[in-house]
Design a protein around this ligand. Structure first.
Ligand SMILES: [Zn+2]
Ligand SMILES: [Zn+2]
Length: 269
């Protein structure tokens, strides 16, 4: 039997600001073959509503933890995109917002049987779900430039495709920029044919710094908060991939080519 871990032990809850919690999940404890240590979920708490950004991989209940943090507020839940490590807890909530291009992906049960042979014992907790993540009951599609009003805090949706077609970033009126999987240090998952699309999305994020140099970046994996150097490094890194292409190594689990530079690893599909 796997070691019993409850949700309080599983999630690391960090009160980063008066109105901003970071809820971290160890993705490497689910499966180290993703080459990623942390998934970061964020909870932004406004005067009348709170926004949960992503729901993790669904191994342990998330809602009880969130409920305790947002007493007396309306809770909204949004997915930065539809990959399994961001949507696993969706079914615990009544409604989830996601970009319209990925609404279909979260409308049906998600098969995660690829985790069955993970070397991590804790993953056996998925056995009672038969390695299927149930879908959310109601989906509210969002589009580029839409504003979510939380009271004193507003959050703007920025469509940043490339890592996936419906990837979004979110910018608050207090200058926090949540970049999802569009930009983070560590392992970046990319498709070679969409390099121009991801480069234009990252450039779009970099342009936000023309209006305010004080933006802080909160990615969905690994380090937070980071500076705009992340975006500059990532553009440089992706543009350089062709030059280091002969260093690529085949990864059978990911079914991708893997290569790295000093700032990033890249899984290229
Ligand atoms: Zn992703
Ligand atoms: Zn991810």
């Amino acid at each position: 039997m796997p070691k019993i871990v409850d949700n309080q032990e599983w999630f690391e809850i960090i009160k980063h600001k008066e109105y901003l919690y970071v809820i971290r999940e160890r993705l490497d404890e689910i499966d180290p073959r993703f080459y990623t240590t942390y998934t970061n979920l964020y909870l932004v708490i406004g005067a009348h509503s709170a926004l949960l950004i992503d729901t993790g991989c669904g191994l342990f209940p998330l809602k009880p933890i969130i409920k305790d943090l947002v007493v007396g507020k309306t809770l909204l839940v949004i997915n930065t995109h539809s990959h399994f490590d961001h949507i696993g807890g969706n079914h615990e909530f009544d409604k989830v917002l996601i970009h319209k291009k990925e609404r279909k992906q979260i409308s049906k049960p998600r098969d995660i049987t690829f985790l069955r042979d993970s070397p991590k014992e804790v993953v056996k907790h998925f056995e009672n779900k038969n390695y299927i993540l149930p879908p959310v009951k109601e989906i509210q599609p969002v589009i580029d430039n839409e504003i979510i009003d939380l009271g004193d805090i507003s959050v703007k949706i920025i469509h940043t495709p490339g890592h996936s077609p419906g990837c979004i970033s979110l910018l608050t009126n207090k200058n926090e920029l949540f970049t999802g999987d569009t930009a983070h240090y560590g392992m970046m998952y990319l498709t070679k044919k969409t390099f121009p699309i991801i480069l234009s999305s990252i450039t779009k994020l970099l342009d936000l710094f023309n209006d305010s140099e004080n933006i802080e970046i909160y990615p969905s994996h690994e380090e937070f908060a980071v500076s705009k150097d992340l975006l500059v490094d990532l553009i440089k890194g992706i543009k350089n991939i062709d030059k280091i292409w002969d260093r690529k190594i085949r990864d059978d689990f990911l079914e991708a080519w893997v290569l790295s530079d000093e700032n990033f690893k890249y899984a290229i599909f």
